[in-house]
Write a protein that binds this ligand. Structure first.
Ligand code: NAD
Length: 346
């Protein structure tokens, strides 16, 4: 097992290893006094992993309760969030107790937001079980829910006390969920570390998770509140989020981000911010990883959705420009340049 310390305002460790979930109770007892822990999970993960996790907590002397909601992005809303808060109160969870998120990014985002707001904030543990939550969602303290107007529009920064990432649980992930993680891992490879790309293709999970976490550690420690460097992680997301919205979320996030990465690189090349060669390399890396990069929406429709992007500040938005594979920088552009950016991406 490897441990990474994340030195944010509230520092915490990320433990990564294969088959470490049965040892969760011991790891958690190193950071929490004996207390009640409310496990929050979804219907799929509950049937696969909650028993082993719960048993481990009980063996380490924690009192445990469980809150389950239906699996899927459609649960990431005010209704589920409200139900979770009510269930925490019904279970008698107090300010000295904790929430453990057991699941993918949806479970992590809802549980984290509940932890940030229940009784004005209680302790929180992340046990990511999807590839995307292991490399991205469980690290860095972003929590939240979707509103009818768009994704992640309500939320909070709330750092966990501990993250336990058991890579063995990826064995039960459906192939489309693996591709979700591949897209986000490719983003890190393209923006920060070209050596990561062949390891992603080889599905070398322990290496990928450790490298992804160390990249995200560097970024989150430098910019915990997402006002500068951290915005580089939005590569592919400016256009990707619009594609998700235009498809009424029928195109999965990672697939949309892969399309978004190729389209944003094409726009950067057309606007003279990077070379055509870099755009072609990005396209070929993503195509080799089996992503379909075609986009069936027109630029003007997608641009309208981009105007709701919460990264827009003072009439400008930062976009990530890849200088070469493994190296990138942020460029702030105005909304009129953003329109051109969308037009150039197709
Ligand atoms: N907070 C952040 O920094 C951050 C970063 C990236 C993504 N996100 C959010 O994460 C969400 C996407 O994450 P996700 O894809 O993990 O979503 P998810 O939680 O819906 O999980 C995807 C599916 O995989 C299932 N699953 C999870 N682990 C499993 C396992 N080990 N075996 C079998 N099935 C398993 C789930 O039940 C679900 O059906 C989005 O809402 C996105 O906005 C947040």
């Amino acid at each position: 097992m490897k441990k990474f310390e994340i030195s944010t305002t509230h520092p915490y460790n990320i433990c990564i290893g294969s088959n470490i979930m049965p040892n969760s109770g011991t790891l958690i007892s190193e950071v929490l006094e004996p207390c009640k822990i409310a496990i929050i999970t979804d219907t799929n993960v509950n049937s696969l992993y909650s028993q082993v996790f719960l048993t481990s907590l009980i063996e380490s002397g924690f009192e445990v309760s469980k809150i389950i909601f239906p699996a899927g992005e459609h649960s990431k809303n005010l209704n589920t969030y409200g139900n979770v808060l009510e269930a925490l109160a019904d279970e008698g969870i107090s300010r000295s107790d904790a929430i453990a998120s057991l699941g993918g990014g949806v479970v992590g985002d809802i549980s984290g937001f509940a932890a940030a707001t229940y009784m004005r904030g209680i302790k929180f543990l992340q046990i990511p079980t999807s590839y995307i939550s292991a490399i991205d969602a469980s690290v860095g303290g972003k929590t939240g829910i979707n509103l009818l107007s768009g994704k992640n529009l309500a939320g909070a920064f709330w750092q966990p006390s501990l993250v336990i990432c058991d890579t063995k649980v990826f064995e039960t992930l459906p192939p489309e969920q693996i591709m979700e993680g591949v897209a986000e891992a490719m983003k890190l490879g393209i923006c920060f570390d070209s050596n990561l790309i062949p390891r992603i293709i080889d599905r070398d999970y322990p290496y990928i998770i450790e490298r992804a976490v160390s990249i995200k550690k560097y970024i989150v420690e430098a910019d915990e509140l997402d006002v500068g460097l951290r915005q580089m992680l939005n590569f592919g997301h400016t256009i990707g989020h619009c594609i998700e919205k235009a498809s009424a979320y029928s195109i999965p996030h990672g697939v949309a981000v892969a399309k978004g990465m190729a389209a944003e690189a094409k726009a950067c090349a057309a606007m003279g911010l990077t070379s055509v060669d870099v755009y072609e390399k990005i396209s070929s890396i993503l195509t080799e990883a089996t992503f379909d990069l075609s986009i069936d929406f027109d630029a003007s429709e997608l641009y309208q959705y981009a105007l709701l992007d919460k990264k827009i500040s003072h009439g400008k938005i930062a976009i990530t420009v890849t200088d070469q594979i493994g190296q990138s920088h942020l460029e702030k552009i105005s909304l009129s340049q953003l329109k051109l950016f969308f037009e150039s991406a197709f």
